[in-house]
Design a protein around this ligand. Structure first.
Ligand code: CP
Length: 308
């Protein structure tokens, strides 16, 4: 059994195995793989996609779910119980534990108190969102047929965005990927992640306009820029440079895909939805298959058709 806490702890081969397993489970559903397994789904922070796709994945594989969907408002954390005690108790009821928590490091702490029950991090503060990255990798593989030699741009809040941090770390484990970062100065990619790319031999470049790089891209990964981080005049400038509309995709390669972890607010205008480049809703659906694959693998269930 293995905890899934952060992307750097997964090897290239493990990432490739999860992607292959997700493809297999998408092509050939397996309604009994998690029969008699009970999984806790404990979300101490708001979620639509992560929670519901995990719970769908568990039920589609024949398992059962317990947990609380309400930010922990009905849990005994409200009476002052420590997270460590809650995890120790819940783990004694289940075979696996999925958790989202607003505090960085909460998933790691949970893994130390889960008595060997695998813990899956559904997002911890601004730190990591590894299962989002797994569905992103699956979506990239599904659309591009490879996870190497890709040109990928990441746009928006690259400073606080846990999805772009995890995705950068995952794609840097594969060969020949080139990264384009497009963010307001105040929300630039953290230096330590850029240093990791350099150390791994991956080229990257920083840009202030999406259209400048669109023709080179295989994947354009958008994220939300929070309006409240800027004053009104600054935001008017940011809106022009970092909000994607269909006209900005005119020079894109035919198979270039726009992805977004969602929820979007206004950083992708709805006219993009009708272009052949939009892939964010399919990407969200892929969350079910990537999470099915992950649960099967952490619970040591063999998926037919996938070499382990
Ligand atoms: N992408 C993502 O994590 O969405 P939710 O916050 O709705 O789970």
């Amino acid at each position: 059994n293995k905890h899934i806490i952060s992307i750097p702890e997964l090897s290239r081969d493990e990432l490739a195995l999860i992607v292959a397993t997700a493809g297999e489970l998408k092509a050939r559903p397996n309604p009994t793989l998690l029969k008699n397994k009970v999984i806790a789904s404990c979300f101490f922070e708001a979620s639509t996609r992560t929670r519901l796709s995990f719970e769908t994945a568990i039920q589609r594989l024949g398992g059962s779910v317990i947990g609380f969907p309400d930010g922990g408002n009905t849990s005994s954390g409200k009476k002052g119980e420590t997270l460590a005690d809650s995890v120790r108790v819940i783990s004694s009821y289940v075979d696996g534990f999925v958790m989202r928590h607003p505090k960085e490091g909460a998933a790691r702490l949970a893994s130390e108190f889960s008595e060997g029950v695998p813990v899956v991090n559904g997002g911890d503060g601004a730190n990591q969102h590894p299962t989002q990255t797994l569905l992103d990798l699956f979506s990239i593989y599904e659309t591009q047929g490879r996870l190497d030699n890709l040109n990928i741009a990441m746009v928006g809040d690259l400073k606080y965005g846990r999805t772009v941090h995890s995705l950068t770390q995952a794609l840097s484990k594969f060969e020949g990927n080139r990264f384009f970062y497009i963010a307001p100065d105040a929300l630039a990619m953290p230096e330590h992640l850029l240093d990791e790319l350099t150390a791994a031999g991956h080229p990257y470049s920083l840009h202030s306009s999406i259209t400048d790089v669109v023709p080179e891209l295989d994947v354009l990964y958008m994220t939300r820029v929070q309006k409240e981080r800027f004053d009104e005049s600054e935001y008017a400038h940011i809106k022009a440079a970092f909000i994607l509309n269909a006209a900005m995709l005119r020079d894109a390669k035919p198979n270039m895909k726009v992805m977004h972890p969602l929820p979007r607010v206004d950083e992708i205008t709805v006219d993009v939805d009708k272009t052949p480049h939009a892939y964010y809703f399919e990407q969200a659906e892929n969350g079910v298959y990537a999470r099915e694959a992950l649960l099967a693998l952490v619970l040591n269930e063999q998926v037919e058709g996938v070499a382990q």
